[in-house]
Design a protein around this ligand. Structure first.
Ligand code: ADP
Ligand code: MG
Length: 695
């Protein structure tokens, strides 16, 4: 058997390969670019390109592509082959530094929310040397950022890199105040846990809703759902185990640190978690992971569903964004320390995150808002749409003691003086078994649990990094000018706790009582994408994001438009698919069953005196349900027609929320009732029991 260590990263142009294939001078210069961001000399680019090409061609690659993350949320690529004609009729394989560093995709059809129209007709892709190039399907993939010629970001990577720079800058100011001057850089890291469903491909093919929208738009609950809780961490079925093994192998070849895998709560639901990495690399790897998951599934006769809510009535899929900040010297700034100074520093960063999450609840909420994720948040299975922070009892008690100047703990009767006293030890393991919190402290990191399974992790991390950078800036501004650092620090932390403790909630987030309590505390409850998204354009958010250079004002407005367009288009496609399935498949099937039952009645009555009470009742019920479905379908058709005439995007999103989605619910409810009384042999496509238990 081949060992993992032998093939791990075999398709990646990583540091090992760079060292082995580049001259020492070129290698050093490239490393400077990777670590410090120094501009790359064209001669160095040429040398790197040549080495990359040699390596890739050796591994069977024929093409290269600039791989980028446009606003659609999926990745984009345009493949060019390496071939170049030689004068004697042969071809030679060529790849220049210029081609490595910069590409010009014909990008006019990527959503830009009007940015390209305003600024420049075309965009270009620029190599991100901090994320390794790799080979997939015979093509050399070069991770890139996508910008307009005037420098506006047209993708999700550029603002992500900017947000990492913002937090780096502000965190370094804070560290300096603690006498930490040898630290050169501070980076955020992320480990995204990815949930997904697997269904049988032949069954998938029979469902227009799964094909067109990635989720089931109809389907009554099977007799057995997830109520037995027997799937969670249950033993993995052989076919799924083979898929997972194959998937791990493919990911490892691409240098992705796939670490844990297990069954999830719902039947047919699973999870994969990688080992955490620097945020932009984690984002690239998560995009790649989602792609590979889907591709590998096909080889196993399966389809991998990444939709947030593929099935009504069973848990949906999310993505947990485990996030921390650490220095280039390996110190995790969210890890409680052992000395008074380390503790004070930890508490300051903790306070910064608490304030950031409270001040920018709306930005965090809207960073995960999509049509798909709206089905999860607040649906008693995922965190609610209200943002709050879970800290655990011990840490909360520490903060209480600081806020109220009261002694902490049973043993020391002293009040705690920050920067002087050692923090009491709190055990890591008790920090988090609360799975209902949207934003939980888990010992040395925060877990942001609101992301949808298909979301790019970029948006959430852009807003999180930005919000924390902003608060660190405010803290640094305040502390840099004081004479007595320790007492100023103490006062700042105390004040921050007092002002922002409303965001801390350690109880059950699924409880309705919490939603009422949250409202009393003045926390935001942005239930849908239509409610959340426009807040990105609020002055406080625009001011903050632009002041850190993360977005320009134009970029923010264009992003709001793009995300809302995505929302309304998604729902419109779903509505249209529902009408199609109702008219062409469901209503005819139920009508056929009713007609066959009715003719059976007349046959039976012609040969016997039977009253046929059951059949008669059934035919009546079916006929009523057919009428109900027809009426609901007509209403939905009317909504779709009305929607076409709405030009203004905010109005369109409100129409989708207030009219289209309720009309879809009505049709679904009629059809699901019909399904429960229609013979399975008449039902036009595989039902939930087959889909959920068919693998
Ligand atoms: P669970 O949430 O299921 O208890 P783990 O504690 O194993 O899972 O962590 C889940 C994810 O958090 C993994 O992807 C892991 O790599 C990541 N993680 C662990 N430590 C950190 C950290 N310091 N920063 C960011 N992510 C981390
Ligand atoms: Mg987790």
């Amino acid at each position: 058997m081949e060992k993992i260590t032998d093939f791990f990263g075999s398709m990646v142009f990583d540091d090992r390969i760079m060292k082995a294939t580049l001259s020492e001078k070129v290698y050093k210069s490239l490393k400077r670019t990777i670590v410090k961001g120094t501009p790359l000399d064209i001669s160095v680019a040429n040398a790197v390109a040549a080495a990359m090409k040699e390596w890739a061609v050796e591994k069977g690659a024929t093409h290269y592509t600039h791989w980028f993350q446009p606003m659609t949320g999926v990745t984009a690529e345009k493949h060019d082959s390496f071939i170049s004609p030689a004068p004697d009729g042969r071809v030679i394989m060529e790849f220049s530094g210029k081609e490595l560093v910069k590409g010009e995709p014909d990008a006019s059809s990527f959503p830009s929310g009007g940015l390209r129209a305003t600024f420049e007709a075309r965009g270009y892709t620029a190599w991100d040397p901090t994320s390794y190039a790799f080979i997939k399907d015979g093509t050399l993939y070069i991770p890139t950022a996508f910008c307009s010629y005037t420098g506006e970001a047209l993708d999700k990577k550029v603002p992500l890199l900017r947000s990492m720079e913002a937090i780096n800058k502000q965190a370094l100011r804070i560290l300096k105040l603690f006498g930490n001057t040898s630290v050169k850089s501070v980076k955020t890291s992320v480990g995204p846990e990815q949930e997904y469903f697997l269904v049988d491909r032949d069954m998938w093919k029979q469902r227009k809703d799964l094909i067109m929208t990635g989720r089931t738009l109809f389907g009554a609950m099977p007799p057995k759902g997830q109520e037995m809780d027997d799937h969670y961490f249950g033993s993995i079925k052989p076919r799924v185990a083979e898929y997972m093994a194959d998937l791990d192998r493919e990911l490892w070849k691409l240098g992705i640190l796939a670490k844990t895998k297990h069954n999830e709560v719902a039947p047919a639901q699973h999870e994969l978690a990688p080992i955490y990495d620097t945020t932009n690399i984690a984002a690239d790897h998560n995009q790649l992971t989602m792609e590979v998951m889907q591709k590998v599934a096909l080889r196993h006769g399966l389809v991998c569903l990444l939709h947030e809510k593929p099935f009504a009535g069973v848990n949906g899929s999310g993505k947990h964004n485990n996030w921390s900040i650490s220095t280039d010297q390996g110190e995790n700034l969210l890890s409680p320390g052992e000395t008074p100074a380390e503790n004070a520093q930890f508490l300051l960063f903790l306070a910064a995150v608490i304030k950031a999450v409270d001040d920018y609840q709306d930005l965090l909420r809207l960073s995960v808002a999509t049509a798909g994720n709206d089905h999860r948040l607040g649906a008693n299975e995922a965190p609610p749409a209200v943002i709050s922070i879970f800290l655990g009892d011990e840490l909360t008690a520490v903060l209480d003691a600081i806020e109220n100047d009261t002694p902490y703990g049973g043993t020391t009767k002293e009040k705690m003086k920050l920067g002087v006293d050692v923090l009491p030890q709190f055990s890591k393991d008790t920090t988090d078994r609360n799975r209902t919190s949207p934003f939980a402290f888990t010992g040395n990191k925060f877990e942001f649990r609101m992301l949808g399974s298909s979301n790019s992790i970029s948006c959430a991390n852009i807003h999180l990094n930005a919000a924390v950078a902003e608060v660190l800036r405010q803290f640094a501004d305040e502390l840099e000018s004081v004479s007595d650092f320790n007492s100023a620090l103490h006062e700042l932390i105390k004040r921050t706790i007092k002002e922002h403790k409303r965001i801390i909630f350690n109880g059950n987030g699924y409880d309705d009582a919490w939603i009422a309590e949250a409202e009393k505390r003045g926390l935001m409850n942005l239930k849908t994408t239509a409610d959340a998204m426009p807040h990105i354009c609020d002055k406080k958010n625009v001011d903050m994001l632009t002041s850190h250079g993360i977005f320009t004002e134009a970029e923010i407005f264009s992003r709001c438009d793009i995300m809302l367009e995505n929302y309304v288009k998604t729902v419109n496609i779903e509505a249209t698919t529902m009408v199609d399935m109702a008219r062409k498949e469901i209503i005819p099937a139920v009508a056929k069953f009713a007609a066959d039952t009715a003719s059976a009645v007349s046959v039976k009555k012609s040969v016997s005196k039977a009253a046929c009470k059951y059949e008669t009742k059934l035919v009546t019920e079916l006929s009523e349900l057919i009428d109900e479905m027809d009426t609901a379908t007509t209403e939905l058709e009317t909504a779709i027609a009305e929607f076409k005439d709405i030009d203004e995007i905010i109005k369109a999103s409100e129409f989708v929320r207030d009219t289209m989605l309720p009309a879809m619910d009505k049709l679904r409810s009629a059809a699901d009732k019909a399904e429960t009384v229609t013979s399975a042999t008449y039902w036009p496509f595989p039902a939930y029991d087959k889909l959920l238990f068919g693998v």
